[in-house]
Design a protein. Structure first.
Length: 577
């Protein structure tokens, strides 16, 4: 029942109003002065207050003022009742927040109409406030559970949905988590700027939505990382989805008239046991994702315990790599290259080794990628250059014939902006003439930023350094494309040289590479020559030099010095070719 409080000091008037209200089916409460009126209003929270203005103790204005100050009573509709019909009184009341004004004497109908109108208005107001509150709540929920850029669920909602899925599918059911992370996205963003990045991320989100079933949850976790909950553990189904995602993302994106090519790495893991461990499953999917990245990206990997072991190993290696340099655990070996015209050692490639205190020798194939990823390659690379140059100088000082040393430069090291300055400083400090230092680069290093790479290689060339293209044939670029870089030497990758006699495809490729290199005026070195048959083939087809176990494995600087002293040659072997 609607509760109305009547504050009126004149008893007759009060009784009269109370009676009218009671007959109008309101619950009416009377108060004989302002103080009592406020007390009742605060305790009972009536739906409406009718209040006289002129009263002893606290007058009507005072009552209204106090009620408006208290949040619990602030919005109760308030009607003034007075014999005074002065315009100023009216204004004062309205300014204090009164809703209406009734002048005594009033008729019964007048009072009831006024009350009904006020209550109606109040109901409409309450309705609106409720709607607004619901909207604010919905907005709050939205920003709590959804990513504003892509409108996809966020991590929190992913968590909730995972819980819901578990409840719905019952015990024993398993689910899978697929993590999708865009490859090299930071580099791409650097070139595009942030506004275009956001548009790109939105487009990625909508392509991912296409690949995902309506039952599955696709969420955005970080700038370029998405997660999908899939209610399946069937690996062929999961793989099909991953393949479709890769395909969708490989289609070029349009960005302000530019074509942008994206790729992603995907890690997939399935819940184990009771299947309620979201964090564990995400962690496993992350291990699989890291593996996919390590293998070059643009691919998916399914989690397996074996992967976990590899990743723990890698972690341990990574932390000990940080100290390897300071602890003097790194060393260089040198593998001679021999010219096929005279069988003599023409140069040597410096190859790094890590003598790990517990594991023994760790292959550069294992730790160089880690050093690349965590940045340790920069100080390590500098150490290699410094050590190799110092070694050249030492051989020269010992009176040995001048020997050029080739040093491998990794991609991250190549991006180092002051690399040329460092090279000059090292040459100056050690006193090595530039032509005795050769720098080996791979295609993938150069194609990351062609214009910059060209400029840098030209600087090196101008300094008098020798430049070689390492592992040729393992990348995707054609030799004519690579012609734009000023190389001196081309090293044919071991995989082509291997079995060159029994594998006609390798034989044809090696032959073509040798003749093309010749036409480009490049010296050719064949890597990984292990057998006399391989050597014979290379010799026959005009390869300039070889490097491989057949002549020598990588050896210590002292052993190489001895080899030079004794003038070890390949001539014996060439003799009966
Ligand atoms: P790479 O530059 O292509 O070096 C040649 C690799 O082939 C060396 O492996 C060498 O030991 C191996 N090899 C030479 N002859 C033969 C052969 O007849 N048969 C076989 N099976 N292998 C042969 P290594 O020393 O394990 O180095 C592997 C890779 O690690 C190198 O490939 C190079 O990319 C990288 N690396 C080595 N040292 C450094 C370094 O100081 N800095 C950087 N950035 N990378 C390095
Ligand atoms: Mg090399
Ligand atoms: Mg190589």
């Amino acid at each position: 029942m609607t509760k109305i409080l009547v504050i009126e000091d004149e008893e007759i008037v009060r009784a009269n109003i109370l009676e009218i209200l009671a007959s109008g089916e309101f619950e009416a409460i009377g108060a004989e002065n302002g103080r009592i009126g406020i007390e009742i209003a605060e305790n009972e929270i009536p739906d409406l207050v009718i209040c006289d203005i002129t009263m002893p103790e606290i007058d009507g204005y005072g009552v209204l003022e106090q009620l408006r100050q208290n949040p619990a009573t602030a919005t109760i509709p308030f009607i003034f009742l007075t014999a005074r019909a002065d315009r100023t009184d009216f204004r004062t009341g309205m300014n204090l927040g009164a809703d209406d004004y009734l002048t005594k004497p009033f008729r019964r109908q007048e009072l009831l109409t006024c009350i009904t109108a006020r209550l109606k208005k109040q109901a409409a107001y309450e309705q609106r406030s409720k709607r607004e509150l619901q909207q604010v709540e919905a907005q709050l929920n939205y920003s709590l559970y959804y990513d504003h850029l892509t409108k996809l669920p966020n991590q929190l909602l992913l968590r909730e949905r995972f819980g819901q899925n578990l409840k719905q599918s019952g015990p024993g059911a398993s689910h899978s988590i697929m993590l999708v992370d865009l490859d090299r996205f930071d580099e791409i963003v650097e070139a595009l700027g942030h506004k275009r990045r956001d548009l790109l991320v939105q487009e990625v989100a909508s392509r991912l939505t296409v690949a995902v079933n309506a039952r599955d949850t696709l969420a955005r976790l970080q700038t370029h990382k998405f997660a999908i909950i899939l209610s399946s553990r069937d690996s062929s189904k999961l793989e099909a989805i991953a393949q479709q995602i890769l395909k969708l993302l490989n289609r070029p994106f349009q960005s302000d008239g530019d074509e942008v090519c994206l790729a992603a790495s995907i890690g997939i893991a399935t819940t184990v046991g009771d299947g309620d461990d979201l964090d564990g499953t995400i962690k496993n999917a992350q291990i699989a994702l890291s593996r996919a990245k390590q293998l070059g990206g643009n691919q998916y990997q399914m989690y397996s315990p074996e992967l976990q072991r590899v990743s723990i190993d890698k972690l341990a290696l990574e932390s000990s790599l940080r100290y390897a340099l300071e602890r003097g655990e790194l060393l260089l070996q040198y593998q001679p290259q021999v010219g096929l015209s005279d069988g003599r050692i023409s140069s040597a490639e410096a190859l790094i080794r890590w003598r790990h205190p517990r594991r023994g020798m760790v292959s550069p194939l294992e730790f160089i990628p880690i050093a690349e990823a965590n940045g340790a390659i920069v100080p390590i690379g500098e150490w290699v250059l410094q050590t190799a140059c110092a070694q050249v100088q030492q051989w020269r000082a010992a009176g040995l014939p001048p020997l050029r040393v080739a040093v491998n430069i990794s991609a991250r090291q190549f991006q180092q902006s002051n690399l040329t300055d460092r090279l000059v400083a090292i040459l100056n400090n050690t006193g090595v003439p530039p032509e005795l230092l050769e720098l080996e680069l791979t295609e993938s290093t150069l194609v990351q930023n062609v214009a910059e790479a060209k400029q840098r290689l030209q600087e090196w060339k101008d300094l008098g350094l020798k430049i070689s293209l390492d592992d040729f044939g393992t990348g995707y670029s054609s030799l004519s494309y690579l012609r734009q870089f000023p190389f001196d030497i081309l090293k044919i990758d071991r995989s082509f040289v291997h079995d060159v006699n029994s594998d006609p495809k390798n034989a044809a490729l090696t032959k073509t590479i040798i003749s093309m290199a010749e036409s480009l005026n490049l010296k050719v070195v064949a890597e990984g020559v292990e057998t006399e048959a391989e050597l014979a083939f290379l010799y026959r087809h005009g390869c300039g030099a070889i490097q491989g176990y057949l002549f020598s494995r990588p050896i210590s600087a002292d052993d190489l010095a001895q080899m030079l002293c004794s003038d070890k040659r390949l001539s014996l072997v060439i003799g009966h070719l």
